[in-house]
Design a protein around this ligand. Structure first.
Ligand code: GLC
Length: 509
């Protein structure tokens, strides 16, 4: 059987509010994405994941969905989506949409109906618990602070929300909920999408006894919930997906669990196709930490014959350049790492420019989860407005938009943007890099070296996590294929500058 397309794909995450604005209101939109697809084609990505653009009151910037089957006017129309999909497909770029099944908006007609009365036929579509306003059902905390329960004055019950009070949790144990949510998947599959990024997979079902979290636990309940019933929900989604040809990709966000637990969400090949393992997103700039992380992923995902995922940045966490101390050299070396590991790499919009988080002054903070800094608008050029004509964008720019922008970096062969493009091209051209095996090589302290291989095709990758130049003596003779500095480097055995990385190919002369 042919390998599925996503096994060799590099994904690019678009946060649509911040990517490109077509109507000058300061908020990005779908026609904006369509207008900039040529940038992504030039870069060489295989697929885009577009964060939520559905009808929403935007209390969680679209992760509070009021209609799963329509586009919020802020982002455009269904026709705009169809155009985006067609134009992306024309460029050979697949499109994954976000799907938010754990909760709806409190403005979703389902919740409004459920909330209207205890006798509402939709009451049981959400999670209600009896009690009195002074005694919460248990000690669960919500993801952005406060309790995970809100008291509904009118009907005298508690409802559960693992996130904001405006994001009531759906009751996935009710078959009518599953059926209605399945219909929303079919809606987008029928429109032609290539798959789904599924939000908050680890939270989908809850222990019906609602036991207290252990005393002293500091994580919100959404991060630790990991209930057996969720695997049944996923098997249902997979059966639905398998009814289509081609089978849409099911990519799940499984937050903050161990790599072993995350890998379990692929089931026996009958649940998720891909599961986000965020240990890479939290790994510090340290060779030992990265080696441990990679080896654990290799072993846990390997045991299940599952394809891993790699993420350095996303819309919920500080950008990796910022996490790694603000150094562009480290951001470049990290790009070599991300794009040469065994598994699906996810590039977060703007990391190809080496963006840092924006400094957001208190009066411009808008996100209840404190994530504004990593959601700054993408600067397209060095002119006033940086390609965002009209109103000032909804969030401040990351540092240096005058020079650190798409047009500016595209004009410089040695820029980080060209490095990303070269890395994507090198990965596509080499079976070893795109789908080959991974094994660690001996390396000096502070340096991570590994080999990727597929039959005769071999590459070595060396990443220097220290600030000092190191001598690296690899077995065999190697030539430099891509260098994170964007310069012609020496071959190996040889020297590697501090905070730098190289892809090597066997030397034939
Ligand atoms: C996921 C999303 C995050 C959102 C949350 C609630 O973690 O990535 O942005 O706030 O779910 O939907």
């Amino acid at each position: 059987m042919a390998e599925p397309w996503w096994k060799s794909a590099v994904f690019y995450q678009i946060y649509p509010r911040s990517f490109a604005d077509s109507d000058g209101d300061g908020v990005g939109d779908l026609p904006g994405v369509t207008a900039r697809l040529d940038h992504l084609a030039w870069l060489g990505v295989d697929a885009i994941w577009v964060c939520p653009f559905y009808r929403s009151p935007m209390t969680d910037f679209g992760y509070d969905v009021a209609d799963y089957c329509d586009v919020d006017p802020l982002f455009g129309t269904l026709e705009d989506f169809d155009r985006l999909l067609a134009e992306a497909h024309q460029r050979g770029i697949r499109v994954i949409v976000d799907w938010v099944p754990n909760h709806t908006s409190d403005q979703h007609p389902w919740f409004m109906e459920a909330r209207s009365s205890r006798d509402s036929p939709k009451r049981d579509w959400y999670i209600w618990v009896d009690g009195d306003p002074a005694t919460k059902p248990n000690n669960w905390k919500a993801a952005f602070g406060g309790d995970a329960w809100s008291w509904d004055e009118a009907t005298g019950q508690w409802y559960l929300h693992l996130f904001l009070p405006t994001q009531p949790d759906l009751n996935w144990r009710n078959p009518d909920v599953a059926a209605a949510m399945h219909e929303t998947l079919r809606f987008w599959i029928d429109r032609g999408v290539d798959g789904f990024r599924i939000d908050v997979v680890q939270g989908l079902t809850k222990d019906p006894a609602f036991p207290d979290d252990p005393p002293g636990q500091i994580l919100p309940h959404s991060a630790v919930n990991n209930c057996a019933g969720t695997h049944e929900v996923l098997r249902g989604l997979r059966r639905l997906a398998e009814g289509y040809s081609p089978v849409p990709l099911l990519l799940g966000e499984v937050y903050l669990l161990s790599t072993a637990t995350v890998a379990g969400y692929v089931g026996d090949g009958d649940e998720l196709h891909l599961a986000f393992d965020f240990t890479s997103l939290y790994a510090p700039w340290d060779a030992g930490a990265w080696r441990a992380c990679i080896e654990e992923v290799e072993s846990e995902f390997g045991a299940r014959a599952a394809w891993p995922t790699w993420t350095l940045s996303n819309h919920d966490n500080p950008r990796h350049r910022t996490r790694y101390g603000g150094s562009e050299r480290r951001a470049r070396a990290a790009a070599v790492l991300l794009l040469t590991l065994r598994g699906a790499p996810f590039v977060y919009y703007g990391e190809e420019l080496g963006l840092e988080d924006a400094a957001v002054p208190p009066e411009r903070v808008v996100d209840p989860g404190g994530r504004d800094g990593c959601r700054s608008p993408l600067p397209w050029d060095g002119g006033p407005g940086h390609g965002w004509a009209g109103a000032e964008p909804w969030l401040p720019w990351s540092p240096e938009p005058e020079t650190r922008n798409v047009a500016g970096l595209a004009a410089q062969e040695t820029s980080i943007l060209h490095l990303y493009r070269r890395l994507l091209a090198a990965r596509r051209a080499s079976p070893a890099l795109s789908t080959g095996s991974w094994r660690a090589l001996e390396a000096p302290a502070g340096v991570l070296a590994y080999e990727r291989a597929d039959g005769e095709d071999r590459r070595a990758v060396v990443v220097n996590f220290t600030a000092e130049t190191v001598e690296v003596a690899l077995e065999g003779r190697w030539a430099v294929e891509v260098d994170s500095d964007g310069l012609e480097a020496e071959g190996f055995p040889g020297r590697l500058a501090g905070d730098a990385a190289v892809i090597l190919r066997p030397r034939v002369d």
